[in-house]
Design a protein around this ligand. Structure first.
Ligand code: FE2
Length: 304
């Protein structure tokens, strides 16, 4: 077996609003078509266009909305089928899913995590309801649902201990994920499914897709998002990680669920530029679609 690899790593946020706006047959609610989130839909279209030139055989996703208290859990049944309803936005997301899992890779990820000292558990309940973070992320990246996935839960380390501790654990989990991909010979697309700034509005307009309502919650959130995206574009994820605890505290960032740090760990903490396919807000939160191509570090003009 030849050694596997990560073909690309993506920050791929999961607002259910984007699936609602796209009107796929799996989702029961129908979009108004008012267009509040067109910029982010275009960003995902740009990402999908970029991925067309890459060959991969599995999507590996870390999701904030499958929360586990003890350890990191991995989907490990061959199939999952059911109805996922967003508990906050049942008016937007009632999604019928029917997906396959790459169980061999899932088991390898659990083994590599354990070997690195983490608490891991494989999810073997075939009736387990897959969370909307996983479904939304995977659907927006590859709506064909023609490839198996592996999904990782969000451990509560950031909440119960500290952001510094959570980041250390997620970097280890990311490295373990990469080793499992390499050992099993997979060509994998890895997806960190989270927003950036995450302070959001608490009231919804009559038409949730009304563009007059949609904007960043406040200027502080926008400034943090600009700063974080600047680090990504400059190829300076070491500084991004150094600032991550402040970003989480000051921008209420969904990175507190570990998805972005896990992604950076899987990629080896990129010191080469990312491609930002787009940025936009959903109920006031900041969301970016970002892609890293693994490869040798590239010189960046102006970087210290
Ligand atoms: Fe979320």
């Amino acid at each position: 077996m030849s050694q596997g690899s990560i073909v690309a790593g993506c920050l791929a946020p999961h607002p259910p609003h984007l699936v609602y706006a796209a009107n796929p047959p799996q989702n029961e609610p129908r979009s108004s078509g008012a267009g509040a989130w067109q910029g982010l839909l275009d960003a995902y279209a740009s990402l999908r266009g970029s991925l067309e030139s890459k060959e991969y055989d599995v999507l590996v996703v870390h999701t904030p909305h499958w929360r586990t208290v003890v350890g990191h859990h991995v989907l490990a049944c061959p199939e999952f089928k059911g109805l996922s309803v967003d508990p906050v936005f049942p008016n937007l997301f009632r999604f019928h899913y029917d997906l396959r899992v790459d169980v061999e890779l899932a088991e390898a990820m659990a083994e590599e995590g354990e070997a690195a000292g983490l608490v891991m558990k494989t999810m073997r309940n075939p009736d387990f309801r897959v969370d909307y973070g996983t479904l939304t992320c995977c659907h927006l990246v590859r709506p064909e649902w023609d490839l198996p996935i592996v999904a990782l839960s969000s451990n509560r380390a950031y909440t119960y201990f500290s952001s510094e501790y959570g980041d250390r654990e997620m970097l280890i989990l990311g490295e373990a994920t990469r080793r499992a991909i390499e050992k099993t010979g997979r060509k994998a697309l890895v997806l960190g499914s989270c927003s950036l700034s995450h302070r959001h509005f608490t009231e919804e307009p009559a038409d949730p897709e009304d563009p007059a309502f949609e904007h960043i919650h406040n200027r502080n959130q926008a400034l943090w998002d600009e700063r974080v995206l600047g680090h990504m574009k400059m190829g300076d994820c070491a500084t991004l990680l150094a600032e991550m605890p402040d970003f989480i505290d000051q921008a209420v960032s969904e990175c507190a669920e570990g998805s972005l740090t896990w992604l950076l760990g899987a990629l080896g903490i990129p010191d080469w530029p990312a491609t930002v396919h787009g940025y936009g807000t959903v109920i006031g939160t900041g969301n970016a679609v970002v892609e890293w191509e693994p490869g040798p570090p590239t010189a960046v003009e102006g970087r210290p």
